[in-house]
Design a protein around this ligand. Structure first.
Ligand code: HDD
Length: 710
């Protein structure tokens, strides 16, 4: 493992700050929490060797009491997560648009902590559930903390925070029997979706392969809402934030996802941890879509509507900097669990928009920390502590750590010299954007929010053939689990408003008819307009055919960096064949895992000892991106069901397979057809051909004629 900590210390103020709280027990005595050295940590204090335990045993009581209270409530959403430390570096000053220090000063390395998460599952659920992924970034800037609390999908399911508890109640396990775990609920979730058609855009993304990422390192991130950037002169521009992964955007296929959930529920967490540990630091570029203030009403959709994205063809994404994750946390609970994000943690130069979902979030995030972390002092927890100085007149409350000196905890004061004093804007004082608002108080939704189908149509148009097929299959799979036909029909109706071909395929698969028309209940606030007719979803009207970047295909970087390749061997493996491939694969940045019937070591045909990474008890093809079988495999492997299954399954999941020399005998023993043209099945080809096949992505055409029952 690289000693990133030491390298970082010179630049990373947050790591230096965290050092204050790091405790190492090396060469230390075991003590109570009061510092008393413990002499016996195995036996409680008793009245006689076989007698009852004494209440006076304060050592036992302290130990048990602490244990009894070790758990805190998990997050109401995004409970399962993985975090990492890193830095953000700016390529070019953005002072034209914002005065935010970390977006102005290219010499800064701003410390960050990132937490990725699934949304619906609980803390101990599986990583590969079909779900949205949270992508929350905490920037520890010199001007205070800025949190960008986003997801891996550019739009949200609902338009107004008023619907968030309803939406989440529908998606979480059903309240009577607490099923299903990890994935979104079936009856309740789809009931909600069918009644709230604004969900259809995000749901289409979740049903696409974006809902089952290959790796947390291979996902885009989006701030979703439109925010504001404010420059030194007070000029505002609208902005959407993007994270673009350097490794491209990749997913697994559904059958693979379900198997990974069983074989390695920590698949994403492990992948992130191991890659950072090995020095394969994941990187994302920060992109900004900047819309001048005067263009606020230029588009067919409302910039304040979080169910809409801005197609990159309309507003290009300007790449401005790079995020690198280069250090794993020291302690999961202290850092990943206790980190508290909040879209309202802002720095001068960035402000909100009036997006009604964002506005509600501004309340929710502090509020939830009060029950989750237990005190308004959660900002003092080391991972949440700002590296910019914190001084104010807030005092006391549970678990206060700061010892505030002095008599005055009020402002203004003369007894404390007026301190802490307010900052002028020129001194870095935050001032909200001076937006003119001249309106009537109203509980309603803007008419400009009522087109729910045009953007999902754009999304579906933009998918490649196999992506669309996967999305259709996902809709069909999830809806098949719904017990009520009227719900399935309503969803198919909405799909028909988006793409009739998609709707027909889904309806056919799940055995329902697409209703010509469905009466929607009033799903929007009725305040100003109580006529249900005015609340029916509108037809899609967005004329643009496609938006290239909505397809994951547009994000394939054509390399194999950090991909894990399984190499199936046995004693007497042809070392030349093995090493020739291994060398090239590793040179291209992949990592190779040796698979053999038994653990320990095998001996190659030249007598070299080779360490086995996976044996036939532990191996599963779903943990590899591609499989290579070198020349020289034994008859045991050729006839072994695990070896056959490994190849069959890798083939079924459309992965590249390379076979060298006598390994053909194993291939012939599988269900894989060898007489068909298959660009990713390489028999006696070069390592370079193999690299090319992996880099070009999965051979999804195999799905059109499934032959392998694995
Ligand atoms: Fe949220 C957590 C992302 C809407 C209320 N949210 C949470 C996390 C992410 C998001 C990534 C996990 C942060 C972490 O790792 O600790 N949430 C989003 C996005 C949204 C969104 C991208 C829409 C664009 N959220 C949203 C709304 C509300 C909330 C509308 C409530 C009105 N979200 C919460 C919360 C959570 C949370 C209940 C749970 C744990 C936490 O805040 O700290 O307050």
């Amino acid at each position: 493992m690289k000693d990133q900590k030491k390298d970082d210390k010179n630049v990373n103020k947050k790591l230096v700050d965290l050092e204050k709280n790091i405790s190492v027990s090396d060469n230390q005595f075991l003590t109570t929490n009061q510092g008393l050295k413990i002499n016996d940590n195995n036996n409680s204090l008793k009245a006689g060797e076989r007698g009852p335990t004494l209440l006076e045993d304060f050592i036992l009581r302290e130990k048990i009491t602490h244990f009894d209270h070790e758990r805190i409530p998990e997050r109401i959403v995004h409970a399962r997560g993985s975090g990492a430390h890193g830095i953000f570096e700016l390529y070019e000053s953005q002072s034209e648009f914002t005065k935010a220090g970390f977006l102005n000063d290219t010499s800064r390395k701003t410390p960050v902590f990132v937490r990725f998460s699934t949304v619906a599952g609980s803390k101990g659920s599986t990583d590969l559930a079909r779900d949205v992924r949270g992508f929350a970034v905490k920037f520890y800037t010199d001007e205070g903390i800025f949190d960008l609390v986003g997801n891996n999908i550019p739009v949200f399911a609902i338009q107004d925070a008023m619907k968030f508890p309803d939406f989440i109640h529908s998606v979480k396990p059903e309240p009577d029997h607490e099923m299903p775990q990890a994935a979104s609920a079936h009856d309740t979730f789809w009931d909600f979706v069918s009644l709230v058609p604004e969900t259809m855009h995000m749901v289409s993304w979740v049903m696409s392969d974006r809902g089952i990422p290959k790796s947390l390192r291979m996902m885009e991130g989006f701030g979703i809402h439109t925010f504001r950037l404010i420059n030194e002169k007070g000029k505002s521009s609208f902005v959407k934030f993007h994270w673009k992964p350097k490794l491209g955007v990749h997913s697994v296929c559904w059958d693979e996802a379900t198997k990974i959930s069983g074989k390695d529920p920590d698949f994403h967490r492990r992948d992130l941890w191991e890659n950072i540990d090995q020095g394969n630091f994941p990187e994302w570029e920060l992109g900004l879509q900047i819309v001048p203030e005067q263009d606020e009403f230029k588009y067919d959709f409302d910039l304040l509507d979080p169910t809409k994205l801005i197609p990159e063809e309309l507003v290009p994404v300007k790449i401005v900097g790079k995020l690198t994750l280069n250090r794993n946390p020291e302690n999961f609970f202290a850092e990943t669990e206790q980190v508290a994000f909040h879209p309202g943690h802002l720095v001068p130069g960035i402000d909100f928009s009036n997006d009604p979902l964002l506005q509600g979030r501004l309340f929710s995030y502090t509020d939830t920390q009060l029950s989750r972390l237990g005190s308004p002092n959660f900002h003092e927890i080391p991972i949440n502590r700002s590296v910019a100085p914190v001084h104010n007149n807030q005092r006391d409350a549970h678990m206060r750590m700061t010892v505030n000196k002095g008599k005055t905890a009020y402002h203004p004061n003369s007894l404390g010299g007026g301190c802490p004093y307010q900052a002028m804007i020129a001194e870095g004082g935050f001032a909200s954007f001076n937006e003119r608002i001249d309106a009537q108080k109203i509980r309603n939704r803007s008419e400009s929010f009522s087109d729910h189908f045009s953007q999902p149509k754009l999304f579906m148009n933009s998918l490649s053939e196999h992506e669309k097929r996967h999305m259709i299959n996902a809709f069909a799979f999830e809806l098949s689990k719904v017990n009520y036909d009227h719900i399935k029909e309503r969803v198919c109706h909405h799909l028909s408003m988006i793409d009739i071909d998609v709707a027909k395929k889904v309806a056919d698969e799940i055995g329902v008819k697409i209703p010509g028309k469905v009466e929607m209940p009033i799903n929007q606030a009725i305040g100003a307009d109580e006529n249900p007719k005015n609340h029916q979803p509108k037809d899609a009207n967005f004329v643009k055919e496609k938006s290239e970047k909505l397809s994951m295909e547009a994000h394939n970087k054509g390399d194999i960096k950090t991909r894990v390749i399984g190499i199936l061997c046995d004693n007497n493996v042809d070392e030349d064949s093995l090493n020739q491939f291994k060398k090239v694969l590793e040179k291209e940045g992949a990592s190779c895992k040796i698979i053999a019937p038994k653990g320990g070591k095998i001996k190659g045909n030249k007598g070299t000892e080779i360490k086995v990474d996976e044996n036939f008890l532990t191996v599963t093809s779903v943990c590899f991106e591609a499989v290579f079988v070198p020349n020289g495999i034994s008859n045991e492997v050729v006839n072994h069901e695990v070896a056959k299954h490994l190849l069959n399954e890798a083939f079924k999941h459309c992965k590249a397979i390379a076979i060298d020399g006598n390994a053909k005998k194993l291939l012939e023993n599988t269900d894989i057809p060898t007489d068909k043209d298959d660009k990713s099945l390489l028999v006696d080809k070069t390592p370079k051909d193999f690299v090319k096949a992996i880099a070009s992505g999965r051979n999804w055409d195999r799905e059109l004629h499934p032959v392998v029952p694995a």
